[in-house]
Design a protein around this ligand. Structure first.
Ligand code: GUN
Length: 284
């Protein structure tokens, strides 16, 4: 039996509507959820991502302001801007678009750590990552959270399921493994450089962060599994997932397409985090 294709765009649209209602309530209390986006340099890709994040924020009724710093900005200039935004009460969320220009690459961690944890809507700050592991209240990283939200929206019981995460990063693999553990799953986290084939076959829920197009094929998947593909690999000018969609579609129970699966959910989870930040400010 063929899988159900998960429509991330439609799911994100519903969440945007709910967030829009929450934003209206906040505005009545005098709080306008506001996001500061910092873009350093002239990368057209980064500029496009920043525009789409600003648009998603405005689409939910919030306010987005982009601070565009020149390509040759110094670390001190960038840290001074973050410090100013940290202290600005009208700003609820701060995002520094990565990657930074080449001369600032080595300082990316220092830059991300400079964002106040309560405004860190990307959830890259060690305080947010640490609190996720502890199980305390914190922001959840948006790509990892997008995977969990997709699963929640499917309405399937997560408790007791075997989730296999083929991933490695602090944005996706590691946090999604912890989040699914928190939801009561038995979790196997496998580095994509390890031999992951013996594990994928055991997954009731398979999350992929492999970074190789079509690395996972139908015969590696347990029949009926939920397959969530966070991959976005550029092949001939097109975004291709880690999963070979056509063969996996014949075996899986549910599957996310690339594009149109995790991608649209990622951006809306950023706005979700922003609304949580604004609510915290409102004491709601
Ligand atoms: N560049 C690519 N993905 C991301 C992301 O999720 N957050 C930030 N800040 N920069 C990125």
């Amino acid at each position: 039996m063929a899988a159900v294709r998960i429509d991330g765009k439609a799911m994100a649209g519903k969440i945007r509507e709910q967030l829009g209602q929450e934003v209206e309530v906040l505005k009545k209390k005098g709080i306008n959820p506001s996001m500061a986006l910092i873009l350093v340099g002239d990368s057209p890709d980064s500029a496009l991502y920043v525009r789409s994040k600003a648009k998603a924020c405005e689409g939910a009724g919030g306010f987005a302001e982009t601070h565009h710093l020149p390509e040759d900005s110094s670390l001190e200039q960038l840290l001074a801007l973050i410090d100013k935004l940290n202290r600005d009460d009208s700003v609820h969320g701060i995002l520094v678009q990565l990657p930074l220009p080449h001369h600032l690459h080595a300082y990316e961690k220092q830059v991300m750590d400079a964002i106040a944890p309560e405004k860190d809507i990307d959830a890259f700050h060690p305080v947010n990552i640490g609190n996720l592991v502890i199980g305390d209240k914190c922001y959840w990283g948006v790509t990892a959270y997008a995977c969990v939200k997709i699963l929640e929206n499917l309405g399937v019981e997560l408790k007791g399921k075997h989730a296999v995460v083929i991933g490695w990063s602090i944005e996706i693999g590691k946090p999604v493994a912890v989040m699914l553990f928190e939801k009561g799953c038995a979790v196997t986290l496998v580095h994509p450089e390890a031999d992951f084939v013996p594990y994928t076959k055991q997954a009731d829920i398979l999350i992929t962060e492999v970074g190789k197009p079509k690395a996972i094929t139908g015969e590696m998947i347990k029949p009926g599994a939920i397959v969530i593909d966070t991959g976005s690999n550029w092949v001939d000018g097109k975004s291709v997932g880690d999963v070979d969609y056509d063969s996996a579609f014949e075996v899986a129970g549910y599957i996310t397409p690339v594009p149109g699966g995790v991608g649209p959910m990622r951006i809306i989870m950023l706005i979700y985090n922003l609304v949580q930040a604004a609510k915290q400010k409102a004491g709601a």
